[in-house]
Design a protein around this ligand. Sequence first.
Ligand code: S3P
Length: 192
Amino acid sequence: MPAPDPRNRVVEDIRARLDRPIVLIGLMGCGKTRIGRLLAEALGLPFADSDDEIEKAAGMAVADIFDRFGEAYFRDGEKRVIQRLLDGGAQVIATGGGAVMTSGTAEAVWNDTISIWIRAEIPVMIERTGRTDRRPLLRNGDPERILKDLAEKRYPVYAKADITVDSHNGPVDSILNQALEALRDYLYGECA
Ligand code: S3P
């Protein structure tokens, strides 16, 4: 008989207690979308990416929204889209890196979800974000400097997350297991 997969037990435990969305936060390129998808798949939950939802609602790319209407307009749309997603109950939501820097969005995430900060080293994020040109905030200047400045401003806020998971370039399975175990501990510790 094959040995039982210990991950199944963790997943069952999480599903038994989960009553609200899981929201992934963190800087651009930290792996929110990739880990969020895997987490949703492992838990058998729907997955949504707030940037994708904004693009669908606006009918244009995030970079074009920034160019044509500015960041404040984008943040407003982001707040509405995230609020709508949060109303959908238990699911996994990856948010854009600046989402919890906007009041309204921040309170909703802290109060109504289990938040997970996906934390990666700056060189990892530079390498990952360098693969595309779709991040407006990294277009005007040195991406390394910009990411470091954003980290300085945002990390104290990201640190309010319920859970922190380290995202590295190693096997994604180990990051996923780290996230699942931390979620289980959080959900059970919370009710102890
Ligand atoms: C932003 C991050 C992006 C996107 C927009 C602004 C930010 O999302 O929402 O370009 O302020 O950090 P990702 O974190 O998914 O790249």
